[in-house]
Structure formats: C-alpha cells, structure tokens
Ligand binder design. Structure first.
Ligand code: GUN
Ligand code: FE
Length: 429
C-alpha cells in the first residue's frame, strides 16, 4: 500500500477529549494531513471528499500508547524474580543482565527482540533506559529508528553503590555520556538522547552535577526513578541528609527544574513537599502499576496527583513490569487504584477507565508534543485493532469493545496490520 500524505481512516474511533472523558464514534472518519489530525467526522466534509479512504472494516481505532518508562536492557529477563523486592531484584537480575550489554553483539540480538515486540505492541512512542554502555545504546537507537517507532533513549549513569562488575568511574561516565550525546543528538529523525542517572543511590554528587552541566550545555531531557520503594527512600535520606525530599536530590544538580523536560518514574512515596516540587518544575510523573506490584513497592497516589493538576503518564517499567503491554498497564492502574482507595486512603477515589486510558495516551503524549489524542492539530499516532475475535452474539458499544481490548491486554496485538506513527503505517512493509 502506498503511503499517502493525506488520507481518511474509517472505523470505530475512541480517544480522550480530557483527563476524565473518553469520546467514541462508530463508523467515524479520521482525516489526516501530513501526519497531523485534521479532525474526526461522522460524515466526510466536502473539502476532504477527494482524499483516499482506508476502510478498516469496523476495527477499533485509538491513539497509540506512550510507554514513558521501560528498560530495553531488561527485556530478556521479564517475568523473572517477581517474588523479590526492588533492591534485591536489582542485584539479582537487573545488574547481571545489563552488564552483558558490554558485548555489542549480545546487545544487538537482545535489543532487536525488544524493538520487534514493541513494534507489534500498542506502544507507538517510548522513553527508554538502555545500559551503561554507550555503543550498545547507539545500537538500540539505530534499531528504533529503523522500526518507525519514536523514542528517547538513555545511556544509564551509575558510579557508586553498584556491583564491581557493573559500575562506572565518575569521569569516564561523564566523558562517555558526552561522546554519546555528540554522536546521537542530530543523528536520527525519530530517536533522541535523554540523560539517565539511574537513581540517586547509584549516582554520586559529582556525577549528578556533571550530568546537570551536560543538561545545560545540550538542553537535554532527563529521566530517572523517584520515591519508588520504602528501602530506597530510606537509603536516599541517609545518603543525602541535606535534602528535604528525594526530589530535591535531582533539583539541586539541575536535573529537574523550570524549563527542563523531565520524566520521573513511580513517585509512590511523594509527600506534599515533593508534590509541590514536581508541580513547580513541571515534572512528568510516570505511573508504573505493574512494576509497583511486582517488586513490592506500593501504590502511587495518582488521584492526589490528578487533583493537584500534576502531569502524569504511564509506563510498563519492563522488567519491573513483566510485559510491554500498555493495555495491561491501564488494567493494573485501575486495579491498584481500587486497592489504594479501599485499603490505604479513602480520599483517593479509584481511577475511571477514561482516566487510565488518558494517562496511557494523551497524558504521556505531552512528553512528545501534541500527541496521544485525535484532537485537531495533534500528531497522528493510531492503532487499528481488529477485535472480531472478542465479539459474540450480543451487541457491544465502541466503548465496551475498548474496555474488552484493554482487559485482553495482549503484549503483541496479533492481527493488527495498521499502526500509525505521525501518519505513517509502520507495519506496512
Ligand atoms: N531503580 C533503580 N534502577 C531500577 C530499575 O532498573 N528498575 C526499577 N523498577 N527501579 C529501579
Ligand atoms: Fe524502572
């Protein structure tokens, strides 16, 4: 199929119109011009009548999902050690696996499996942790660029409290990072470097300050972990007694701040002070419910974040999450929000489907611009999901079909032949 610059996609549409509202339209027309959404219509307006029409035969059409926190270098051990808590799990599984990416051929093999699966999943854009090895990070960036997906990729930094076999010397960590930035910053159309201090326990003050200087010099975005697990939070208090909250350990070296684009994964234990800091510095919080369950971290107060108008997106956190499925993340966000409300805090009303869907699409899409909805002027990322296999003798509304696709939570969407990123069908080859 030739890729047209302007076209109309016909099918059963669902998209967020606000944080709390999901819109649907059966037999709708989604008009796309140069990768940008011109509008959603029940009838094709006169001015678009001549455009080529792709009829999806009543497939569900929804925005692409944004996986704002995923470890590409952990994909090969997903599903392992899910009876352990975070810090033991890092030592037992994460560090020994990530070390293997010193071997660029191993990295190429492992990362190609990761990228191939992401291409077949609900995710169209991602923010990814690689490993400490910058040549391997470049391999991952090449593979993402070839795939048609869009991503930020980070070479990880860590220079303390790490095993001897997986740690960097501070100056080398900074030098490698700068080399990698120079070699990748203008290299790709769809892939961009992002600074990636692993988390405060494994990054010395000197390393954090050096990364802050690189942020300033190259105006780069930043990703890390924040307030994920009780043992980690206690450790940060010990390591940084000067800080009034964990978030301040990123604020002081200039890794978050006004005008700095940043994503922080988890924020399960963010208190009032930290929430204020996250709001003031426009940090995009990444909710990773699967991971929070698996490595026994806890349940993030997403309702409090939304009530305060903080920015929230969603992530799989593979391999803390055992699957790349963002549909599963939506499902788990709903489930844990109910447990939090029932068991922990009756003020935190459970999330609705509309809200959880928003977090996985437009909520995270803000990291990439105007992305994640079918509003006019948004970049067109869309999934075309044929859901016949889920239908039976009764009728389902479009909304009910979406709910059932979410709860099927397939990591690889079998039968999906069209998945658009910026208006290009990346499965068309
Ligand atoms: N904190 C520091 N490193 C990691 C990691 O690899 N996964 C998770 N879930 N948390 C972390
Ligand atoms: Fe993580």
């Amino acid at each position: 199929m030739k890729q047209e610059k302007a076209f109309i996609l016909k099918g059963d549409l669902c998209w967020s119109t606000s944080v709390s509202e999901l819109a649907t339209m059966d037999d709708g027309y989604l008009v796309v011009e140069d990768g940008i959404i011109a509008g959603v219509f029940k009838q094709i307006p006169e001015c678009y009548q001549a455009l080529p029409l792709i009829d999806t035969d009543n497939a569900l059409i929804m925005p692409g999902m944004m996986d704002l926190h995923v470890h590409g270098s952990q994909y090969q051990y997903r599903g392992l050690g899910m009876d352990m808590e975070l810090l033991d799990w890092l030592n037992t599984y994460a560090f020994p696996e990530e070390k293997k990416f010193a071997d660029t051929e191993y990295a190429r093999h492992a990362y190609s499996l990761f990228v191939d699966d992401m291409k077949q999943s609900a995710t169209t854009r991602a923010v990814i942790f690689a490993s400490i090895h910058y040549p391997a990070a470049k391999v991952l960036m090449d593979l993402i660029e070839e795939s048609g997906l869009i991503a930020y990729v980070g070479k990880v930094n860590m220079d303390r409290n790490s095993p001897d076999y997986y740690v960097e010397e501070t100056a080398r960590s900074l030098a490698d990072t700068e080399t990698w930035i120079r070699e990748t910053i203008h290299q790709y159309k769809h892939v961009f470097p992002i600074l990636t201090p692993r988390f405060t326990p494994t990054c010395s003050d000197e390393l954090m300050e050096g990364l802050g200087a690189l942020q300033k010099k190259y105006d780069l975005p930043v990703q890390s972990h924040l307030s994920e697990n009780p043992s980690e939070c206690d450790w940060v208090k010990e390591l940084c007694p000067w800080s009034s909250c964990y978030g301040e350990t990123y604020l002081r070296p200039g890794l978050i701040g006004p005008g700095i684009k940043s994503v922080m994964a988890h924020c399960v234990y963010s208190d009032e002070k930290e929430m204020e800091l996250l709001g003031e510095n426009e940090v995009l919080i990444v909710h990773c419910p699967q991971s929070n369950e698996n490595v026994a971290s806890g349940i993030a107060p997403i309702r409090k974040f939304l009530d305060r108008g903080l920015m929230v997106g969603m992530g799989s956190d593979v391999a803390g999450g055992a699957t790349l499925s963002m549909l599963r993340s939506i499902q788990d966000a709903l489930a844990v929000s109910k447990l939090r409300w029932r068991i922990i805090d009756q003020e935190d009303k459970p999330l609705t489907i509309d809200e959880a869907f928003y977090l996985a699409t437009e909520g995270g899409g803000r990291f990439f611009g105007k992305v994640g909805s079918f509003k006019k002027g948004y970049e067109m990322d869309a999934l075309v999901i044929p859901d016949r296999h889920l239908l039976g003798p009764r009728d389902y509304t479009v909304r009910e079909r979406l709910e059932r696709v979410i709860y099927s939570s397939e990591p690889i969407l079998e039968g999906m032949h069209m998945k658009f990123v910026k208006g290009v069908n990346i499965l068309d080859s």
